[in-house]
Design a protein around this ligand. Structure first.
Ligand code: PLP
Length: 388
């Protein structure tokens, strides 16, 4: 008999264990698998952290974060997202992954239903199941744009929450304002909360980012420092929304987190003072390189309008795992799409990596396309970003 709790039963990584074992044996592989930007944390951010250490700002902070950081975040939300909230309606968390769990613990009862668009960032469904909620998947394949009629058809009297992530990991889709307004209306009519994970908000190459929290008060807006500020290892994010929910999260934080790292919070305050420049143009060039060359090679690829991922179809009836195996044999590490989707025919490619690695990786994929004799087809056309 196992001592491990039943709630972990659905955490099954057996599909990937074999791939990871093979990938670990590669010498000098090209790694296009991870969601980490190529930039390093900026010097002024590192200096602020060092100053915090030297000045002994190394003790617990309030559970909801340093007041001056929450004030700076409130300004940022107003300026960039048109969201007006008091600093008390913002809580600082040790990364959005923990933040996701805290939100679920605060709002979900066992049996509540959570609508998750497929493909998804893996913690959305897994953590929901872990707290006893039921996950209702709404497929956005093949365009990666959510369809309003499908969402509406998935709503029941148990639906508590719809999780939105735009720009999207893993598809790179950017949801138009029109879509988000329509989802907000639907949520309002049915008394449903929205989570809006906006961690890739500044990585937009087609269309514009729109924060649904600016029009629908029952939105829990989540954002963090990992991607735009290249601070994945500093573990810092924030949650902003209805006061009652933030208060509940703060109660939980006292027992689960105590407080986020004081040093990271001082660094984050410095990060908010200066926006990284030319990030979008740099990532747009990388996106164009990936999309243009993979489509020309014959791969079917939609989305890729934002974030730094392409979610492309595995060609020639290969499953995602089979295609990942073929890539691994040639020294390229990519991720089988089933980590992000109920569908098993997609691959996620991250272009967080530097151009030289991308060039090497794309060349391998072009070679594979020739081996598999795939041809460009009409369905390889770019997405138009107009679906509702
Ligand atoms: N949300 C999305 C959509 C992500 O892709 C990621 C990381 O890849 C996260 C949240 C995690 O953010 P954090 O580093 O703050 O835990």
């Amino acid at each position: 008999m196992s001592f491990v709790a039943q709630r972990l039963e659905h955490f099954d990584s057996s599909d990937f264990r074999d791939a990871i074992r093979k990938q670990a044996l590669l010498i000098n592989p090209v790694d296009l698998s991870i969601g980490v930007p190529e930039e390093l944390t900026a010097d002024h951010v590192k200096a602020a952290a060092i100053r915090a250490i030297i000045n002994d700002k190394t003790t617990y902070t309030p559970s909801n974060g340093l007041p001056e950081l929450r004030t700076a975040i409130a300004h940022k939300l107003k300026r960039d997202n048109n969201i007006t909230l008091e600093p008390s309606a913002i809580t600082v968390v040790p990364g959005l992954t923990t933040g996701q769990l805290l939100v679920y613990l605060a709002v979900l009862d066992p049996g509540d239903e959570v609508i998750v668009f497929d493909p998804y960032y893996p913690p959305y469904p897994h953590l929901a199941s872990m707290v006893g909620a039921r996950v209702v998947y709404v497929s956005t394949l093949p365009t990666f744009q959510p369809d309003l009629a499908q969402i509406e058809a998935s709503i029941t009297d148990k639906t508590k929450l719809i999780v939105i992530n735009t720009p999207n990991n893993p598809s790179g889709a950017v949801y138009p304002e029109k879509t988000l307004r329509a989802i907000a209306k639907l949520a309002e009519r049915n008394n449903i909360l929205l989570i809006s994970d906006e961690i890739y908000e500044h990585f937009v190459y087609e269309g514009e980012h729109f924060s649904v929290g600016s029009i629908y008060p029952n939105t829990i807006t989540m954002n963090g420092f990992s991607k735009e500020h290249a601070m994945t290892g500093w573990r810092l994010g924030y949650i902003a929304g209805p006061q009652e929910i933030i208060d509940a999260i703060n109660e939980l934080q006292q027992y689960i987190v105590m407080s986020s790292s004081s040093i990271s919070q001082h660094a984050a305050l410095a990060a908010l003072m200066h926006k990284p420049t030319q990030l979008v143009e740099k990532y747009r060039r990388k996106r164009d390189l990936v999309v243009t060359r993979l489509r020309a090679a014959g791969y079917e690829l939609h989305g890729a309008d934002g974030a730094f991922y392409a979610f492309m179809k595995a060609p020639r009836n290969l499953t995602d795992v089979e295609f990942v195996d073929r890539a691994t044999e040639r020294g390229l590490i990519i991720v089988a799409g089933r980590a992000f989707s109920q569908a098993h025919g997609y691959i996620r490619i991250s272009y967080g990596a530097d151009i030289a690695s991308l060039e090497r990786g794309i060349t391998i994929l072009e070679t594979l396309a020739r081996e598999l004799q795939i041809q460009p087809t009409a369905s390889n056309q770019p997405s138009t970003n107009t679906a509702t």
